[in-house]
Design a protein around this ligand. Structure first.
Ligand code: IMP
Ligand code: MG
Length: 178
């Protein structure tokens, strides 16, 4: 495993986008909607750096199945939304923008619930992978096209608790993922 973004760099990147977000939403009715599970670590650090009155909500998205690093069919679950987002300024927060399909499908589903605005923020964006005409509004780090874990991101449900972002090396991947 190779460290790609260490703890100090994570703090700096998150400080930077927290400031962007704070400046954008000053005086608005911000609801941050985190995308489970991968965003939880980023989400908890990010919201504590946004000094605005805000609400926190969660939705669930799953696109990686079983042992693979390749995306499978996307399953979205909005049942966890509790207070509702009608009339609110919604910021969707995800761990990583890879093909972009998760946010591309999630944004219209949130839109149907009648928010005032919908924008997106991600910790990581992988270079050269985007398959959709959508650009996240806030990106903390652009990374090369490698499979990463840690700081919320998993491989086969492990590594989410690493306090930094690391690149998995071939020997750490199942044979079918190399
Ligand atoms: P997208 O829909 O292709 O943009 O993929 C988004 C989701 O795929 C993310 O929320 C992650 O859960 C997962 N994902 C994509 N790339 C990686 C990676 O390198 N490591 C771990 N999870 C990833
Ligand atoms: Mg995810």
């Amino acid at each position: 495993m190779k460290t790609l973004i260490d703890e100090q760099q994570l703090r700096e990147g998150i400080d930077r986008i927290a400031k962007e977000i704070r400046e954008h939403y000053q005086g608005r009715q911000l609801t941050i909607v985190g995308v489970l599970i991968g965003s939880v670590v980023f989400l908890s650090d990010l919201i504590r750096r946004i000094d605005l009155p805000l609400r926190l909500e969660l939705v669930q998205a799953r696109s990686y199945r079983g042992a693979s690093t390749r995306p499978g069919p996307l399953v979205l679950n909005l049942d966890l939304l509790s207070t509702g987002v009608r009339g609110r300024d919604v910021l969707l927060v995800d761990d990583i923008f890879d093909t972009g399909n998760t946010l591309w499908e999630l944004v219209p589903q949130i839109d149907e619930l009648g928010p005032a605005t919908v924008r997106t923020a991600v910790l990581l964006r992988k270079e050269g992978r985007c398959q959709v005409p959508l650009k996240p509004h806030h990106v903390a780090f652009d990374i090369p096209d490698v499979f990463v874990v840690g700081y919320g991101l998993d491989y086969q449900d492990s590594y989410r608790n690493l306090p930094y972002v690391a690149e998995l090396e071939a020997a750490e991947l199942a044979e079918s993922d190399r």
